[in-house]
Design a protein around this ligand. Structure first.
Ligand SMILES: [Fe+2]
Ligand SMILES: [Fe+2]
Length: 326
């Protein structure tokens, strides 16, 4: 066990050098990147109330399921303190403020923080949401934390974040196109720029894992296999509403996303395929026996998962969220 952690610390120290060099390829300068206020009505303008009226008129056309997904996405984004504190606990993320890992963690958090901020303000102005109920769910989710099966292992953690950033890219992108169809161009633009951030972040995490594959291929492969066996659970899987137990709302949220085609079982397989391709899983050299076995499992997984996805029925609409006014 100790060797396991020691080796990972060594690998993380090795990659940290590249981190410092490469970090700004994946992040945008703070002064130029978009901010929530670029999209929202400006309360210092005379036209403020008129702009809110227009925002509400557009939001009135959004379907019930889309609002449900949007609230779930917002709460997921707003649980950012959980993700930041979790990243700082990862083995090999040295507590040195000038080190690459701490710098990355802070800069990543700073970019992500704009997502929940923008979505929350939009929902507040939209008139569609019971904000108090949503806020209770957010507070619960942050307080409840999460358990995604990675422990403090950096390999498992960054495989998880690679997957998850791709998943959020897909879901924000789909919300953007659905919002456009429903006639809300503002929301569509907002979710489009958020999706763009997620795509950059996915690139960064995929790069970290690529580097890990270069120096510790068998262990990286085994970590990938292990995460896929456990299944990549979404960060909001503990989601709940007032009066409910941990996780009781989560299934209803994912049902709405599946029904609308925002994030489906097929998307899960597509993301897995993308990772297999980007990390060149098929041709990773120098694997030991366990590494080879792990590779076999991963390579066969997409076909197996697609068979299951084909048999899945679309969930029916039957749940009323406490978050939604009408
Ligand atoms: Fe985000
Ligand atoms: Fe993200």
């Amino acid at each position: 066990m100790e060797f396991f952690v020691e080796k990972r610390r060594e690998v993380m120290g090795h990659i940290e050098k590249f981190m410092l060099e490469k970090m700004y390829d994946f992040l945008k300068p703070v002064d130029n990147i978009w901010q929530p206020s670029d999209f929202l009505p400006d309360s210092s303008r005379d036209s403020f109330f008129q702009e809110i009226k227009e925002l509400q008129e557009s939001a009135a056309g959004l379907s019930y399921d889309l609002i449900a997904v949007l609230v779930g996405d917002t709460i997921t984004e707003e649980a950012l303190p959980t993700y930041e504190s979790w990243l700082t606990m990862v083995d090999g993320v040295s507590k040195n403020e000038d080190g690459g890992w701490m710098k990355w963690t802070r800069h990543w958090t700073a970019e992500e923080n704009r997502h929940g901020d923008l979505l929350n303000k939009y929902l507040y102005l939209s008139g569609r949401v019971n904000m108090r109920m949503m806020e209770v769910s957010t507070q619960y989710l942050i307080a409840d934390g999460f358990d995604i099966g990675t422990g403090t292992d950096p390999y498992r953690n960054f495989i998880y974040t690679s997957f998850q950033e791709l998943a959020t890219n897909v879901s924000h992108r789909r919300v953007a196109s659905q919002a456009k169809k429903d006639g809300d161009t503002l929301l569509s633009k907002m979710c489009g720029v958020i999706a763009g951030d997620e795509a950059r972040h996915a690139k960064a995490y995929k790069y970290f894992i690529e580097k890990i594959f270069e120096v510790d291929p068998s262990e990286a492969m085994i970590a990938f296999e292990d995460m896929m066996r456990k299944k990549i659970v979404m960060p909001a899987h503990f989601l709940r509403e007032v009066g409910l137990k941990i996780g009781q709302t989560f299934g209803h949220f994912t049902d709405a996303a599946q029904r609308l085609g925002i994030y489906t079982a097929i998307d899960y397989v597509d993301i897995l395929k993308e990772l297999i391709e980007d990390w060149h899983i098929e041709s990773v050299p120098d694997l030991n026996e366990a590494g080879e076995k792990a590779r076999d499992y991963i390579m066969n997984l997409p076909t197996r998962l697609l068979r299951v996805a084909d048999r899945m029925k679309n969930p029916m609409l039957e749940y009323k969220f406490s978050w939604i006014n009408s």
